[in-house]
Design a protein around this ligand. Sequence first.
Ligand code: GAR
Length: 205
Amino acid sequence: MRKIGIAVLVSGGGTNLQALIDSIQKGEINGEIVIVISDRENAYALERARKHGIKSVYIHRNNCTENLISELKEANAGLVVLAGFLSILDRELIKAYEGRIINIHPSLIPAFCGKGFYGERVHKAAVEYGVKISGATAHFVDEGTDSGPVILQETVPVYADDTAETLAARVLKVEHRLLPEAVGLFCEGRLRIEGRKVIIAEKEV
Ligand code: GAR
């Protein structure tokens, strides 16, 4: 089976990018990262990409879509992964890569997601609400915000003395497992979208 070219879009530290890099190095994903794109010039994720000899590009938010599409095409990306990418993608790009964009979100969607819910804000809202569980969601991206079909979810407990920071750290550990797993399933051709549902095919033996 041919390896899938993966484009990873980032805005921050890139620990999820690192989890993908590590998982690929271990041979767990039938794909390779062909480009890392950041909408923030000083994102540490860009440095991580460079350290691993992966092409890394900064794109200014203002003319994001046009440049993004041309970079993705040039890199021959078959899958786009949003790993802490904080800009909203335009409809044009989502249409061009329909069913081929995966996002990782640090809550159990549909809780604590949508406009304005990103990074620490998600965990602050969960702690303030007093939920007993939170978690992470890997999902396909559609035209809404955090509204596409769910691929994988995993829970973590929320304790009475949790802060946004302690909860974020617990959820992040789960993200680092969940995102590579979802990407791995995609690259093996085992994900099929049926309406709102994602069907995961058994591994062929
Ligand atoms: C992650 O927790 C990711 O789920 C979140 O940003 C963080 C990026 O961390 N994404 C969102 O909140 C998107 N709505 P990282 O740069 O260390 O991977």
